[in-house]
Design a protein. Structure first.
Length: 367
C-alpha cells in the first residue's frame, strides 16, 4: 500500500456530541459524498451512535446504500429530481426534498398504499435549490397525498456572522414557514442551520440543524470563524503516503513538468506516491508533507500519481518511509486548511476529493 486515509471515528463522535450540545435541538448528520470522503457507512453508524437524530445525503442512491447497510435511522435526501425512483424512496422510508410542483406531483403519484415523506425546500436568498416563483402557487391540494415532515432552506453566508443576508434569509424563512402553517400543516420540522450557523447563530437552530464539515472536525471558514482547535473540533482524517524515492539532487536542478521550479541548493528530494488522480490538487503550492518531525514543501507541479517535496540536505528520510500529507496539526503537520489555501480552495474540497485508490483505514492517527 502506498497511501492511506486514516479516519479517527472517535473524533467524529466527539464532534457530533459537541455540535448537538451547541445546537440544543435535533441534529442531522450530513454524510453525502461518501461522508465528505471519510466513508459513508462507518461515519453514518458513528454519527447515529453519538446522538445524531437524522442522516442527510444529496442523492437517493446514497440513501439507498445506507438502508442496504441496515441503517434504519431517518434519512433525508435533498437532490432528488423529477424522474427519480420515488417508489423506491417510499418503499425504503427515505424522506425526500421537493423544490418544484413537478417533483411534488411525481412523488404524490408514487404515493399509493403508503404516503411519501417530504420536506419542502424553499429558496430564501441563495438562488440555488428550493421553491421560489412557484411558492405562491402551492396549495393544500398539492400536498394532499404526501406527508409533510419538514420545511428547510440553506444559508448562503452563515460563515460570515453579522452579514445582513443572514438576517434577511432568516426572516424570509419564517415567512415561508408561516404560509405552510396557513395551509394547515402546523406540525412540520423546521431546519435552516448548517455547520457555521450551528456554531454561531443560535436563533436559526429551530427544530433541527444540519451539520456537515464541522462534524468532520474542520472549520467552515478559518478566516471568519477560527480554526478547528478554536472551535473545539477534532479533525477526523489524516492522509499519509509513502516516499517512492529519495535522492540527492544538486542546486539549480529543474523539477517536474514544465520545469516551473528548480532546487535553490544541494538537497534531497522525496517523491511522494500520490498525485492528482488520488485527489492531490494539481495547482497546490505552499503545501507539502510532514516528514520526520518537519515540514517538506512541494517543489514543482503535482503529477497524476506523484509529487515531489524538498526534504532538505540534512534529511535522513529514505525510500519507503511514510509521510503525513495532512492531519490535525498536533505534531506541526500541514492541515486540510493549509492544503485548501495552497490550492485556492477550501478544506471541504480537499477531503472530499480523496479518490478511491486511497483506502480508508479506521483507527487513531499515526505519526
Amino acid at each position: 500500500m502506498r497511501a492511506e486515509a486514516i479516519v479517527d471515528l472517535s473524533a467524529i463522535k466527539h464532534n457530533v456530541e459537541l455540535l448537538k450540545k451547541a445546537a440544543g435541538t435535533k441534529l442531522l448528520a450530513v454524510v453525502k459524498a461518501d461522508a465528505y470522503g471519510h466513508g459513508l457507512i462507518p461515519v453514518a453508524q458513528t454519527a447515529i451512535s453519538a446522538g445524531a437524530d437524522y442522516l442527510g445525503v444529496a442523492l437517493l442512491e446514497e440513501a439507498i446504500a445506507l438502508r442496504e447497510a441496515g441503517i434504519d435511522a431517518p434519512i433525508l435526501a435533498w437532490l432528488v429530481q423529477p424522474g427519480s425512483d420515488f417508489k423506491k424512496a417510499i418503499e425504503l422510508d427515505i424522506e425526500v426534498a421537493v423544490a418544484s410542483l413537478a417533483a411534488l406531483k411525481e412523488i404524490s403519484d408514487a404515493s399509493n398504499s403508503k404516503k411519501a415523506k417530504v420536506h419542502l425546500e424553499v429558496d430564501t436568498g441563495m438562488s440555488r435549490g428550493g421553491f421560489l416563483g412557484e411558492w405562491e402557487e402551492l396549495g393544500a391540494e398539492h400536498l394532499a397525498h404526501v406527508e409533510i415532515v419538514g420545511i428547510f432552506s440553506h444559508f448562503a453566508r452563515a460563515d460570515e456572522p453579522g452579514e445582513k443576508q443572514n438576517d434577511d434569509q432568516l426572516a424570509r424563512f419564517n415567512t415561508m414557514v408561516a404560509r405552510v402553517h396557513e395551509l394547515g400543516f402546523s406540525n412540520v420540522m423546521r431546519h435552516l442551520s448548517n455547520s457555521a450557523a450551528t456554531l454561531k447563530n443560535h436563533a436559526a437552530a429551530f427544530d433541527m440543524v444540519r451539520t456537515g464539515i464541522a462534524m468532520y472536525g474542520l472549520s467552515p471558514d478559518v478566516k471568519t470563524l477560527g480554526n478547528s482547535q478554536s472551535l473545539g473540533l477534532r479533525p477526523a482524517m489524516q492522509l499519509r503516503a509513502a516516499l517512492y524515492l529519495v535522492k540527492d539532487v544538486p542546486a539549480n536542478t529543474p523539477v517536474g513538468y514544465g520545469a516551473t521550479e528548480s532546487t535553490s541548493a544541494d538537497t534531497k528530494l522525496g517523491v511522494v506516491a500520490m498525485g492528482y488522480a488520488d485527489g492531490i490538487p494539481r495547482v497546490a503550492h505552499d503545501a507539502g508533507v510532514w516528514c520526520a518531525g518537519k515540514k517538506a514543501p512541494i517543489i514543482g507541479r503535482v503529477s497524476m500519481d506523484q509529487f515531489v517535496v524538498d526534504l532538505g540536505a540534512a534529511s535522513k528520510a529514505k525510500s519507503g518511509d511514510w509521510v503525513v500529507v495532512f492531519g490535525n496539526s498536533s505534531h506541526g503537520e500541514y492541515t486540510a486548511d493549509d492544503w485548501g489555501a495552497a490550492s485556492h480552495s477550501i478544506n471541504y474540497e480537499i477531503v472530499t476529493r480523496i479518490g478511491p485508490r486511497v483506502p480508508r483505514i479506521y483507527s487513531a492517527h499515526v505519526y
